[in-house]
Design a binder for this molecule. Structure first.
Ligand code: PGA
Length: 262
């Protein structure tokens, strides 16, 4: 999933969460491809578009992308995983099972996992390490709550989440970071361009300090990204991609976002 030497693409990733219930993957992508201008179709083959979908949809997405020869630019992914390779963990899912289903990447430490399911920094760290050891690409989410922002703790909170999540990761080329302020997720109110610029610069500097290669750093923004604001947000320095929830559920909107950004 990394970019070819010397090139940098804008990455557009979707997070379907626990939605898309009655939506057949075939129908979604029929509509998605139809909504993408035919003369620009080649762009899809060179793109980097990911979908973190419910576990049961991973294999249908992967098969669909493969059948169109697009699995090198459209990636099926998962929204979470357990850090162990196997074991007595009823109700959990291990990365080999995700890979077997066709997942090419996984989202880790999303704020809904942290706030609703009590996922702790050290668990995100174990998961990130497991991905690292198996060369399985992951995207680590970090972000502050409204209260933490109001208390002036945003930088500290995000820096700490990132440093704990990445402390045991050796191969930095397969791990990406998503800045997702909790208060902007699903609220319809994205962070301002100033807030995004400030935090992405801070994250970039932190990653350099942690030893990341400049060319390998990919920082995503997530939190109420939509068709109306994506162009402006994409202009910000160190914004290399988006993680899009709600707006990705509508294939026409998501295809238009892809057209705008690719
Ligand atoms: P949103 O969700 O785009 O609906 O705000 C983003 C996310 O939770 O990743």
């Amino acid at each position: 999933m990394s970019d070819a030497e010397g090139t940098k693409r804008f990455h557009l990733f979707a997070n379907w969460k626990m939605y898309a219930l009655g939506m057949k993957s075939e129908e979604y992508f029929d509509q998605f491809f139809k909504s993408f201008p035919e003369e620009k179709a080649q762009k899809l083959a060179e793109a980097s578009i990911g979908f973190a979908v419910p576990f049961t949809k991973i294999s249908s997405l992967y098969s669909l992308f493969s059948s169109k020869g697009l699995s090198h630019s459209l990636y099926a992914g998962a929204q979470n995983m357990h850090s162990a390779e196997e074991g007595a963990y009823t109700g959990e899912i291990a990365y080999p099972l995700l890979q077997e289903a066709g997942a090419q990447w996984v989202l880790l430490g999303h704020s809904e996992r942290r706030t609703l399911f009590g996922e702790q920094d050290h668990e995100v760290s174990l998961k990130a390490r497991a991905c690292d050891q198996k060369h399985f690409p992951s995207m680590i989410c970090a972000g502050e709550t409204k209260q933490q922002r109001e208390e002036g703790k945003s930088d500290e909170v995000v820096a700490s989440q990132i440093s704990i999540a990445l402390e045991k990761v050796k191969d930095r080329s397969r791990v990406w970071v998503a800045y997702e302020p909790v208060w902007a997720i699903g609220s319809g109110q994205s962070a301002t361009t100033e807030q995004v610029a400030q935090m992405h610069k801070a994250i970039y500097e932190q990653l350099i300090e942690m030893g990341f290669e400049k060319s390998g750093i990919r920082i995503f923004y997530g939190g109420s990204v939509n068709l109306a604001n994506c162009k402006d947000l994409a202009q910000i320095e160190h914004v290399d991609g988006f993680l899009v929830g709600k707006a990705s559920l509508d294939p026409t909107t998501f295809a238009k976002m892809a057209e705008t950004l690719l």
